[in-house]
Design a protein around this ligand. Structure first.
Ligand code: GLY
Length: 258
């Protein structure tokens, strides 16, 4: 099975509080109904790609909880309950543990002081990249690396370029040898041995694409990137991400997949 072949996913419906989600700048609040429509279309795309999606109920107390990828990490071999680096998101893990246990049985957990967001973890066939960032500290990255080793996967701790929220804000896997990356990520030289497709100027947000089975999901605001991926021989589905992007988020953030 290839690392982008999935049968299952977990997502969480957005709560009205999502409009108060974290963001780095003073972007206007997203529109709740439009954001909900983007989320519904996203879940439909996963289902259309053949995945069974377990949709968790909204959590009004946690505005960013729609971004289920951050408090947990899953691969077919097992699940790890992470410890998000943003204090307002730490409580999401208490609402994530049970669903992980339901699907995976035993769940590894990071300990106090070990912060890691799933958005900083990029799975490739040979190695799993863990990006140090404002959300993922050295202790969290090393603990996650050890947990992955116990699941039979090698990981590499690398530095996320400055000013990038999450490692996967700026990188995604397109196929076994190819990554879609921003120029800043390409220049960081962490991806030795990979073919890199660099997002055109102004389309940096496209780098958070999501390969799901035979299709690459890409934001609808990024026509040049979609064309580059098509030229590379892959099928592309575009999805609206305008409201989600106001919360510094993208397509990988809204599901856990295995
Ligand atoms: N708004 C997504 C995050 O900052 O975690």
């Amino acid at each position: 099975m290839r690392v982008f072949d999935f049968t299952d996913a977990i997502a969480r419906a957005p709560a009205p509080s999502v409009v108060h989600g974290l963001r780095r700048d003073s972007s206007p609040d997203p529109d709740f109904e439009k954001l909900r429509a983007e989320h519904l279309a996203y879940v439909a795309a996963l289902q259309g790609a053949g995945l069974t999606v377990d949709i968790l109920p909204p959590l009004d107390a946690f505005p960013d909880s729609i971004f289920v990828e951050d408090p947990a990490f899953v691969i077919p071999q097992g699940a790890i309950l992470l410890r998000p680096g943003a204090p307002s998101r730490l409580g999401e893990r208490e609402h994530t543990r049970d669903v992980l246990k339901r699907h995976f049985g035993q769940v590894h957990e990071l300990a106090d002081g070990e912060n890691a967001d799933g958005g900083d973890v990029l799975v490739t066939p040979k190695t799993i990249f863990i990006g140090l960032s404002k959300r993922t500290n050295r202790a969290g990255a090393e603990a996650l690396k050890a947990a992955l080793k116990s699941l039979g996967r090698d990981a590499r701790v690398v530095q996320t370029p400055p000013a990038i929220l999450h490692f996967k804000t700026a990188s995604s896997l397109l196929d076994e040898e190819t990554l879609l990356v921003t120029r800043a990520m390409a220049d960081s030289n962490v991806f030795e041995g990979f073919r890199l497709i660099v997002t055109p100027d102004g389309e940096e947000g496209a780098a958070n694409a999501l390969r799901v089975n035979g299709t690459v999901l890409v934001g609808d605001r990024f026509p040049q990137t979609r064309e580059l991926i098509r030229k590379h021989g892959l099928s592309v589905q575009s999805l609206a991400v305008t409201e989600i992007a106001k919360l510094d988020a993208g397509l990988s953030c809204m599901s856990l997949r295995w």
